[in-house]
Design a protein around this ligand. Structure first.
Ligand SMILES: *Cc1c(COP(=O)(O)O)cnc(C)c1O
Length: 370
């Protein structure tokens, strides 16, 4: 399909942390003829997808696929895995919303909150858990609102070394991390890792993926009121037959299959290295202009950089300027961070040359408005 025929909108290149840019060949993969989801064509498609998804998650566990955004699996994780009480770890807007979702699903919780922009650290988590009464922890791997990566591997290891730590469900949102920032589901001994299609996977919005440990599956079997759409047991039973209980987003599965082939060709290590290189370029660009970062050193996200607007630039004016040139970045997220920060996403299929292109245009704006 020619790009001019694609739609009536002008193409605006997305340097925002979701939805991210989707390459034309991936968009085109969605235009396959429709197939029935009980037909062998669809079952074969899911069977092709499954082992590739497992490589992205670094797991031998079956990955659950849902026709929803990642938020759906927030509900799924707490409804399936929290029976007594969750510890919601909050360091930004998304982790705070998962706390809210935990409460809205009627689960008991306590909140471990640090200043937004700071990472969650292992010692904080185990200190709270040691007080007892918890059977689950919610953690956001890559807090998109703040550009901060929390050390999930170290947090999980610290939890497992607590007395009774083997029974704590470690529930991880890696919506803006997975496939761009390293997460190793099996080696890190996590219980749930969930993500969405429209962030580092660089797919259209509408799919969510979730790895669930054997431990979490066994726990779910004991938890009441798991609901239906995100019931891990029902989903897993269908996925074992390369199906889903309800109709999947079939067109998106074609795009996913194609995108996973390209991810496998690049290799996960290559993908992680590319993200880190773009992150380092972005940090260097920001610092060379006298900007500071919200994240403390050592915790800067591999997929999105949150820049402090310490020079007081007009971010809406910057974005109007960039829009004219066919690109856009992101203002700070929510009432606390809007205008006082802005965010540059370097995730998905973006390349270092794309970042150079953005910086050159922001430089033009700064030269005219600095
Ligand atoms: C975008 C985002 C979400 C919400 O995901 P949806 O796919 O929009 O439901 C949750 N957590 C984080 C960290 C995110 O970046």
């Amino acid at each position: 399909m020619s790009d001019s025929k694609r739609n009536s909108n002008k193409h605006i290149k997305l340097y925002i942390p979701g939805p991210t840019e989707v390459r034309p060949e991936i968009l085109d993969a969605q235009t396959e003829w429709m197939v029935g989801h009980r037909m062998p064509e669809c079952i074969d498609l899911v069977a092709r997808i499954q082992p590739k998804l497992q490589q992205v998650f670094f797991t031998n566990r079956r990955i659950l696929i849902s026709a929803s955004s990642g938020t759906g699996f927030w509900e799924g994780a707490v409804r399936n895995c929290v029976d007594k009480k969750a510890l919601n770890c909050v360091n930004g807007a998304f982790s705070d919303r998962w706390r809210e979702v935990t409460e809205l699903n009627g689960k008991e919780n306590e909140v471990l909150e640090v200043e937004w922009g700071q990472p969650i650290l292992p010692e904080m988590v185990v200190e709270r858990l040691a007080k007892g009464g918890f059977d689950a922890v919610t953690l956001v791997h890559n807090e998109t609102s703040a550009g901060v990566e929390s050390p999930i591997k170290e947090i999980a290891a610290a939890i497992r070394s607590l007395p009774g730590g083997d029974e704590i469900m470690i529930l991880v949102d890696s919506v803006s991390g997975l496939s761009g920032a390293r997460l190793e589901f099996d080696a890190w001994d996590l219980d749930v890792a969930l993500t969405s299609s429209q962030k580092a996977f660089a797919l259209p919005a509408g799919l969510a993926f979730c790895a669930v440990s054997e431990r979490a599956m066994a726990k779910a079997a004991t938890v009441k009121n798991r609901g239906y759409y995100f019931d891990f047991i029902t989903l897993d039973k269908s996925m074992a037959k390369n199906q889903t209980p309800a109709t999947p987003a079939i067109s998106l599965l074609f795009a996913l299959d194609r995108q996973l082939d390209d991810m496998m060709a690049e290799g996960m290590e290559g993908r992680f290295a590319r993200h880190l290189a773009m992150r380092d370029m972005t940090i260097a660009w920001a610092k060379s202009h006298g900007f500071e970062l919200l994240a403390p050193e050592g915790y800067e996200s591999p997929t999105v950089t949150c820049v402090k607007n310490n020079k007081g630039i007009d971010i809406s004016a910057l974005n109007s300027f960039l829009r004219e040139r066919g690109m856009i970045l992101s203002n700070g997220y929510g009432s606390r961070l809007k205008n006082v920060t802005f965010r540059i996403a370097h995730m998905g299929d973006m390349q270092p040359s794309d970042m150079e292109e953005l910086f050159a245009n922001v430089d033009d704006f700064l030269a005219q408005n600095g």
